[in-house]
Write a protein that binds this ligand. Structure first.
Ligand code: BTN
Length: 275
């Protein structure tokens, strides 16, 4: 069986289970530089929350920390969603947790895959990366103007196709399930989970998301290397706080709040450069 389904509006929008996300404004590209770039343009033009940009391939897919995102045609999902949460800027990491939980739930619900979240935003299956999230925030005088959340999800990628120099070993739904799957279905499920969890956040129910995020965390209880104010440091990841920040305990027992950056399990050390 081979799935080469396309993500055209005709294929995706009629079967959506979401009420808002992707329903009214769904932008589809066979090829684009980056769906995040396009979504940022659309957000600047005033497009509303729930606007979705999808591409079959990206020529300049962007990862976190200036890395590139491997985006071969029709194998993965590359999408960006415009969000306009009325939240204080300090609560932005809550949105990251919402996205991580929604992606993990999608993989669990659709394929019974044991997806876990590596704070802040990597989605792993058995320590191999299946999805990454790049959220870009535009702020104005009133606080958050918009957040463009870009999600890259490896679906029908054969393992041997991935570049050899990725920082974290990759995987895909194909590699895990040993069968190609419908990207249309994954996209529809993902938009539904994203919308459900996002509105849960807006309705003030972050605690349920936080509990789920903690239960899916790959690093709580483990020794990690993190970016401290004084450079790389090592400590034990102990919790995620009410804002979605990671709490790390150093060897003297002092708790540090990690607000951004990358976290690595300190043993074994992950190597490589791309993502
Ligand atoms: C990471 O793990 O480094 C984040 C990867 C995010 C990739 C997605 S693919 C869709 C969207 N458009 C981009 O250019 N990047 C994000």
């Amino acid at each position: 069986m081979s799935y080469q389904d396309s993500l055209t509006p005709e294929a995706v929008v009629t079967g959506l289970m979401s009420r808002v996300f992707g329903r009214r404004d769904y932008f589809y590209y066979r090829e684009i530089d980056s769906t995040n770039n396009r979504a940022l343009e659309l957000a600047a033009d005033g497009y509303p929350e729930g606007t979705v940009v999808v591409a079959e391939t990206q020529t300049a897919g962007r990862g976190r920390r200036g890395r590139t995102w491997y985006s071969p045609p029709r194998h993965g999902l590359y999408l960006s969603v415009i969000l306009r949460p009325q939240l204080p800027v300090r609560e932005i990491p809550r949105v990251s947790l919402v996205i991580g939980v929604a992606v993990a739930e999608t993989l669990e619900a659709a394929f019974q895959l044991p997806a876990r979240i590596k704070w802040p935003n990597d989605i792993l299956i058995n320590n191999r990366k299946i999805a990454g999230v790049l959220s870009e925030v535009v702020t104005g005088s009133q606080g958050i103007d918009c957040i463009v959340t870009g999600i890259g999800l490896n679906i029908n990628n054969p393992l041997q196709d991935f570049p050899g120099d990725l920082r974290t070993a990759p995987t895909s739904v194909l590699a895990e399930k040993e069968t190609p799957v419908s990207r249309v279905r994954v996209l529809q499920e993902l938009l539904m989970h994203l919308e459900t969890r996002y509105y849960q956040l807006l309705e003030g129910n972050f605690n349920g998301i936080l509990d789920k995020g903690k239960s899916l965390s790959t690093i709580i209880g483990k020794e990690v290397e993190y970016d401290s104010q004084n450079g790389p440091a090592i400590g034990q990841a102990v919790d995620i706080d009410d804002n979605g920040f990671l709490l790390v305990k150093d060897k003297w027992g002092k708790i540090h709040t990690v607000t951004s950056g990358e976290v690595y399990l300190s043993s074994p050390r992950e190597g490589g450069k791309g993502d």
